[in-house]
Ligand binder design. Sequence first.
Ligand SMILES: [Zn+2]
Length: 211
Amino acid sequence: MIYPVNYINITNKYVNGKHYGIDLGWSSKYGGKNQPVYAIDDGEVIYKYTQKSGGKVLHIRHNNGFVSEYGHLDVWIVNKGDKVKRGQLIGNMGNTGITTGNNLHFGLYKGSKIDYNKRGNFVNPIDYLYAEDYQIISDKTKANYNIKENSYQVKRVISLNGLNIRNKPSTTATIVGFLNFGDEVRVYETTTYWSKISNTSQMWAASNYLS
Ligand SMILES: [Zn+2]
């Protein structure tokens, strides 16, 4: 899961019991006060609603057990029911609802649907998000927060017969997917024989067949 904005500047942190997400600010140098907001991962838009305090809000359900929440949007660019891809433009930063200025309130919730009566299911997003190399982290945020950065190698499947994806780095592990010859993957970590091809779930492929 990637950060929802390309200029990462945390203005309010996640505080359990008080603030169930992070607020992200803007810079005139990088996209301005209406900087684009992107889906943090593939998923489906399950909620598009104007809340009193949250303003224009979107929720996206991902297949890894999380729902992402985007608040104070200026405009929505997607609709409820839309399938979205990681990095897809979904709206713009705004100051709808109750804010002290333009910012994105971003929440990450464990479950298939956000229940605002069960706020304990929100997690600290910075423990789960990775900044892509094209995303800019403000100096202050870099100094004050442990922002994880994506480092991966892009490889292709070189086995003509394709390649199984397994849930552990082992030939006896459960098969959870399949790659075709020529498919491009991102390798996030490697063991002697195996490559981890997801940074959010246990998906492993044999390194010998990737190049
Ligand atoms: Zn907030």
